[in-house]
Design a binder for this molecule. Structure first.
Ligand code: B1M
Length: 214
């Protein structure tokens, strides 16, 4: 088995203790930092995402694998040369105004990062103006809105409407999700993408990027 495959499997298994030494072994074997990220870490998080979607593993396991990936990234990122890793796309994410739930949103952010997206996380209780300011500043491909409360779901529609009014709606794809959010609701408020879980969010973002790049 190659060093890359061993590192890949350690991320999937959530083997935290081994991450530092396995990452260094990959470097010692001559693999470039970008190659380690693209050929071991990101595919490993793909496997984790699929297992999560199939209910083979649950939130704690995903978080441990994400932590493994981060441990490895902490070693590799300072060694990356400019342009070595092409970003899959850019995402601005947040839990909408009035809502403080962030576990699901964090999971979506982690999984998107694991899939190679650049993620700008605005946190919780994010109002429409904050999303607009960040869209103007960083020009993302996606605005991702999370809501866990039936009382805050309408804020997703408010944010989409505000993006329209600011003339920014055509520049971004809006993805929505969170336990009470349904596909019907997403369509009603004019979102582009509905994702029921973090794995689906990654798949949908990848597909949308592939279309954008055609
Ligand atoms: Co809150 N809470 N809570 N809570 N809480 C719920 C959501 C609730 C269903 C509990 C209940 O009554 N059974 C209920 C909502 C009822 C409703 O709206 N109809 C509720 C309530 C009422 C409240 C308060 C109002 C309680 C009170 O104070 N009276 C209050 C509101 C505070 C506020 O936000 N303003 C409140 C507070 C809290 C805590 C702070 C204590 C805590 C949050 C801690 C935190 O997030 N840091 C909390 C928690 C933990 C929950 C429950 C128990 C768990 C939520 C969670 O983290 N799930 C929840 C009940 C439950 O769900 N069993 C509940 C795990 C997480 C991985 O799943 O967030 O669904 P989830 O994310 C999934 C998908 O939904 C999806 O992917 C994720 C991973 O697969 N997803 C996206 C999420 N965002 C996405 C975005 C996407 C795509 C997919 O694209 C952009």
């Amino acid at each position: 088995m190659t060093e890359l495959k061993i590192l890949h499997d350690a991320v999937v298994a959530g083997n935290m203790e081994a991450m530092t030494s396995l990452t260094r072994k990959c470097l010692d074997a001559g693999y470039k930092p970008g190659q380690i990220i693209n050929e071991a870490l990101i595919p490993a998080m793909d496997v984790v995402g699929n297992k999560f979607r199939e209910n083979e593993i649950f939130v704690p396991e995903v978080l441990i694998s994400a932590k493994c990936m981060q441990t490895s990234l902490d070693i590799l990122q300072p060694l990356l040369t400019e342009g070595e890793v092409a970003k899959a796309g850019k995402v601005v994410i947040g839990t909408v105004k009035g809502d403080l739930h962030d576990i699901g949103k964090n999971l979506v952010a982690i999984m998107l990062e694991g899939a190679g997206f650049e993620v700008i996380d605005l946190g919780v209780d994010v109002d429409a103006q904050q999303f607009i300011n960040k869209v103007k500043e960083v020009k993302p491909d996606f605005v991702c809105l999370s809501s866990l409360l039936t009382t805050t779901m309408p804020q997703m529609g408010v944010t989409i409407e505000a993006l329209h009014e600011a003339g920014l709606r055509q520049q971004v794809k809006v993805m929505v999700g969170g336990a009470p959010v349904t596909r019907e609701f997403a369509e009603q408020i004019g979102a582009d993408i509905y994702a029921p879980d973090a794995g689906a969010a990654v798949e949908a973002a990848k597909q949308a990027m592939a279309k954008l790049r055609q």
